[in-house]
Design a protein around this ligand. Structure first.
Ligand SMILES: [Zn+2]
Length: 356
């Protein structure tokens, strides 16, 4: 057992035996430079960068909080990465392999098919097919897809994204999400898109309370009918809303490192993830854009453990919350639950063995 990165007495989460569930990860922001470089080489595709180092510089953010200005060139760089269905599929396969290697048991991968389709010059359905095809035959983990609309790309495109999601349910699309700039783009503008998704039986989530106050969370719940909230960082600013979110067990998809890197939280020690968990909120732990930030889902867990010292029971509660909140059928959730029960039994046996 490797205890090198674990504080004395803390639960060992350093290896793939610690089971994780990823509910909030953007395909576009999850790609690592290494995977992009090797995928292009394998496919004989010439990328618009002369070396892996150049690519790394083009698609990674500095290891600190970054301004929006620093994000802009990344979007341009993605144009060179999402350039063909084969490359999109290969990048997705490599991403799933990374998740499996770190011990992730279930991933919900979200993406904007309209954005990627325009970068690649292909149809939205071809984008979904490429991503979905890469999830087929996954070993040792499960995955499904969430199509998202981006607030600042307009309401018309959001409706179009909902249509793409609905007509691709057979490809493994289970949910619909709203991302992008909250300020100046209120939830009400996207009610029609969410209604299209809801009527078709898709599960609903929305980024809210990341850069805006709790009124944005309230609008995502009341106007969009969101079943989960992406981030929900500012929930604590409205005590009655926090109580309601806890009472209704509405899951929060929290991403502490992302919040630090985008400058909405100073550091993980000041992040409310454990505070909300202790207030009875169904908090889950996720990584948002691990490729952009040069992080992994495991880094989220380790930084929360080190900075906020949740108890072992709280750490396990975060895992179980991910299982409960996943957009899975009852039978698939039962499978995931029994898998993770077995993982915890094995971890406990291992810990007992180490003590002897
Ligand atoms: Zn996000």
């Amino acid at each position: 057992m490797n205890n090198s990165s674990v504080a004395t007495g803390a639960l060992d989460i350093s290896g793939p035996a610690w089971p994780m569930v990823e509910l909030h990860c953007h395909l576009e922001g999850a790609i690592t430079p290494e995977d992009a470089w090797s995928a292009a080489a394998e496919l004989g595709i010439q990328l618009p960068w002369s070396s892996l180092g150049e690519l790394d510089k083009a698609i990674s953010l500095p290891d600190r909080s970054c301004s929006l200005k620093e994000w802009a060139p990344i979007f341009d760089a993605w144009r060179g990465l999402f350039s063909s269905p084969e490359l999109i599929a290969s990048l997705t396969r490599k991403l799933m392999a990374r998740y499996r290697a770190i011990g992730c048991r279930h991933v919900e991968l979200r993406f904007n098919p309209i954005f990627i389709a325009r970068l690649a010059g292909i149809s939205e359905d071809t984008v979904v097919k490429a991503v979905a095809g890469a999830l087929a035959g996954l070993q040792g983990m499960s995955a499904n897809l969430i199509v998202l609309a981006t607030r600042h790309r307009g309401t018309g495109e959001a409706v179009q994204a909902a249509d793409v999601a609905v007509r691709n349910r057979h490809m493994g699309v289970v949910g619909f999400d709203l991302a992008g700039q909250e300020i100046g783009h209120p939830a009400a503008d996207y009610a029609e898109a969410f209604e299209i998704a809801r009527r078709a039986g898709l599960r609903l989530t929305a980024h809210a309370g990341e850069e805006s106050g709790p009124e944005s969370i309230r609008a995502a719940l009341d106007i969009l009918g969101a079943e989960r909230i992406g981030h929900g960082l500012t929930l604590g600013q409205d005590a009655s809303l926090l109580q309601e979110v806890a009472r209704r067990q509405i899951p929060l998809e929290m991403c502490p490192i992302s919040n630090c890197r985008t400058g909405v939280t100073a550091n993980v020690a000041q992040h409310p993830v454990v505070q909300y968990l202790r207030a009875g909120v169904k908090v889950t732990l996720n990584s948002d854009d691990p490729g952009l930030f040069g992080t992994t889902l495991r880094d989220e867990w380790q930084q929360v453990q080190q900075a906020l010292s949740p108890s072992d029971a709280e750490m396990r509660a975060l895992v179980w919350n991910g299982v409960d909140a996943a957009f899975l059928s009852d039978s698939d959730r039962a499978l995931l639950r029994s898998r993770i029960e077995a993982d915890f039994v094995a971890l406990d046996a291992d810990a007992l063995e180490t003590k002897r």
